[in-house]
Write a protein that binds this ligand. Structure first.
Ligand SMILES: Cc1cc2nc3c(=O)[nH]c(=O)nc-3n(C[C@H](O)[C@H](O)[C@H](O)COP(=O)(O)OP(=O)(O)OC[C@H]3O[C@@H](n4cnc5c(N)ncnc54)[C@H](O)[C@@H]3O)c2cc1C
Length: 445
């Protein structure tokens, strides 16, 4: 039997964090050590330091996005991806600071404006442009109507331009990289980035690999939500998951290619031969989900994420706060609690627009009546019809406080659209729930 899952402690988090800091600062550190005698405090030196640190961070962006298991275990992939986003902004700022500091130093504004620059300066400019453009492209992607998969392709291409253009620029622009330790540090990071990228390309679901699941059934839950049940065809290492974890799934849907998407398994992971994903039609991939047929093949990755009550065994009383499709990880946890016969107190506050938008309504009522776990469900509707006698409006501090009573000692699990997540986390803070008792999942990576 595998050991029970453990919550991540600072001891689990320190090694990957330490490795990250050391590696990101490797070129800068090598430069500081190798040129200790000749270093001076100047804008030019600050500009060079910004470029070396920026380069280290850019190289490690490939590691952060490679879906590797070792940072996933202590942090959860969703947090790793959010860190990737923040570090992308930090790297762009550092790389932008590089020419500005050099220009403010001894090189003058001509550095920025001279059109007759040699190729390696243009390589640097291209790398800088690509680095700086990535942020707005990510933020304004929806407004630009850029489909996510096309944006991901462009994002990967821009990252390669930054890495390779930056290296070509650095190798030729000054003799600093003739220094062996600095050169070795820069190339070591390049190799790390290439290995991470290669690992990402190899990680399942992989194009051309035999599918590991087959569609068993497709069921309509609400007018816009479908459940796809899959049966396992082949077993892979690390396949068993925790209730609440998500996986990358690629389905052979006409018109959308082989792209993979993150979905939380709504099923109980105790039955690892079967997986079910409950999917809301929202974009070009998910809107075609009703076209999936029994017998279709699927590629499913191992599980990711740290959003699971099993990682917080001391929390005896659980409060689940879900809105819309954010119910899926909580449904998986409720199903697991039932399957394992756990006698915990669970309050589910579940927000939807209308009655017909409520997924799993019947099953939740049956579990509530069955008494295992001791589940209480409060449906909250924002646009109910006149016959609705239940809670109305949105999930807010007043409802949480009234329905949940004393918050001390309880574990809170929140999943829903960004606005719901933001407001609910704020409300929990206002109610005095300590951060360590609040767990949440973003449905955006
Ligand atoms: C951890 C996690 C768990 C999720 N669980 C569920 C679930 O159980 N049920 C459900 O219906 N939805 C879930 N989602 C959301 C789901 O991944 C998106 O709705 C889906 O990918 C949208 O794809 P689309 O092409 O239909 O829409 P698009 O309009 O192309 O995308 C809508 C948004 O979904 C995200 N997205 C799209 N494609 C990808 C991708 N390949 N990788 C990462 N993000 C992508 C982007 O933020 C994008 O803005 C989850 C998301 C995350 C991050």
């Amino acid at each position: 039997m595998s050991p029970p899952p453990q919550p991540a402690s600072y001891r689990d988090r320190l090694p990957p964090l330490g490795a990250y800091v050391l590696l990101a600062a490797l070129p800068l550190g090598a430069s500081l050590v190798a040129r200790a005698g000749s270093l001076e405090l100047s804008l030019v030196e600050a500009g060079k330091a910004a470029a070396l640190l920026g380069y280290g961070i850019v190289a490690l962006q490939f590691v952060l996005s490679a879906r590797l298991p070792w940072p996933e275990r202590p942090f959860g992939l969703d947090r790793v991806f959010r860190f990737h986003k923040s570090m992308g902004i930090a790297a762009a700022a550092l790389l932008l600071a590089h020419p500005l500091l050099l220009a403010c130093g001894e090189q003058g504004a001509g550095l920025l404006t001279d059109l007759r620059a040699p190729w390696y300066l243009w390589a640097g400019k291209a790398a800088l442009l690509a680095a700086v453009a990535m942020g707005p492209a990510a933020v304004f992607r929806a407004a630009l109507r850029l489909p996510y998969d096309r944006w991901r392709l462009l994002h990967g291409f821009a990252a390669i331009v930054v890495l390779v253009g930056g290296l070509g620029h650095a190798l030729n622009v000054s003799d600093d990289l003739d220094n062996k330790p600095i050169r070795a540090a820069v190339f070591a990071l390049l190799i790390v980035a290439i290995l991470a990228y290669n690992r990402y390309r190899q990680s399942p679901p992989v194009l051309g690999r035999p599918p590991n699941y087959r569609v068993q059934a497709v069921t309509r839950e609400t007018p816009t939500v479908w459940t796809v049940a899959l049966e396992r065809l082949s077993r892979t290492r690390g396949e068993e998951g925790l209730p609440g974890q998500f996986r990358f799934v690629s389905l052979d849907l006409p018109g959308v290619g082989d792209e993979d998407h993150p979905f939380t398994a709504a099923s109980d992971p105790a039955n690892s031969a079967m997986l079910s994903f409950t999917i809301k039609a929202s974009g070009d991939f998910t809107r075609r989900i009703d076209r999936v047929q029994p017998g279709d093949r699927a590629c499913v990755s191992p599980p990711f994420g740290r959003f699971s009550y099993l990682l917080h065994p001391k929390e005896e009383q659980l409060v689940f706060l879900a809105a819309g499709i954010g119910i899926t990880p909580l449904m998986s946890m409720i199903r697991h609690l039932r399957a394992t016969g756990e006698q915990r107190d669970v309050l589910l506050i579940y927000g939807n627009r209308t009655e017909e938008d409520i997924a799993f309504r019947q099953e939740l009522a049956e579990i509530e009546a069955g008494g295992v776990p001791r589940l209480r469900v409060a449906h909250v509707l924002s646009r109910p019809d006149d016959s609705w006698t239940g809670e109305q409006g949105h999930i807010d501090g007043e409802k949480i406080s009234r329905l949940c009573g004393e918050v001390t000692g309880k574990g809170f699990y929140v999943c829903g659209p960004p606005s719901m997540l933001r407001d609910t986390l704020r409300a929990l803070r206002a109610l005095g729930v300590p951060r360590s008792r609040v767990h949440y999942e973003h449905f955006a990576l």
